[in-house]
Design a protein around this ligand. Sequence first.
Ligand code: ADP
Length: 288
Amino acid sequence: MEEQAAQKKFAEIAEKDQKLKKNMSKIKHKIAVISGKGGVGKSTVAANLAMAFSMHGYKDRVGVLDVDIHGPCIPKLLGAKGQKCQITPLGALPVTGANGIKVVSMDFLLQNQETPVIWRGPLKMQVIKQFLSDFVWGELDFLFIDAPPGTGDEPLTVMQTLPEMDGTIIVTIPSEVSEEVVKKAVSFSRKMGIPIIGIVENMSGYTCPKCGETVNILGSGGGKRIAEELNVPFLGQIPIDPKICEDADKGVSFVASNSDSASAKAFQKIVANVESFLKAQKEARESD
Ligand code: ADP
């Protein structure tokens, strides 16, 4: 009897795995945006990179999965705040944010914005798996996964569950403390066997709009230095721009509304670098 129950359980797990694999196989590129610690602009980078890609010939072909169960902020950054997921016979539908970006976030499932989600690991792992398998993402070119900072349950679940992930983008700021934590993020990716697409140095210098002088408020060049030291690609530096904060508060996409700014151009450069990485990765795979 016990054996029968165990067999049934195994069959159920295998079926769920198959469903997840099939759902994710429709998405060409899956990229996790991670960081060693909070507050370095990881969600900002994930959301703006998704928008920069969607404006670069991938309109309606980009999705963002917000895996931050406790502090989801991707919906706001992509103009999708306050919406709810539609449930259909085929599964739940992602919410469509700015420029046709598909968004899935815990934020859409909360009854009440003020009540915190108090969940332990297994429950969080279960909901992340459901985000990947039970939502109708459809055919996409890119899925960006915004994982909470550090190396805890949520990023671990994403890394272990997502089949054929293209790689991770590691976000840091140019200060020493952050350099140390970025090393942890690099070794986390390596231990999980996930390629590192590269490091992004965010909040990298501020240029005064009045006098044109650039001040390196948080230092400069730390991301590049650590990328060289650890032998991983460096994707680019994003300067500090107060409009990034303002737009986030307004629920407007920064790269879409300030496309001529130095920071938006930095995002466009990162898009080109990610594309080059993916192209080289594909060629290397084909020549194997
Ligand atoms: P994380 O996801 O790493 O916790 P967030 O993306 O939430 O960090 O960013 C933290 C804060 O810093 C937000 O208020 C965001 O608007 C701001 N921010 C991020 N990057 C920049 C930047 N390049 N210039 C100005 N403000 C930024």
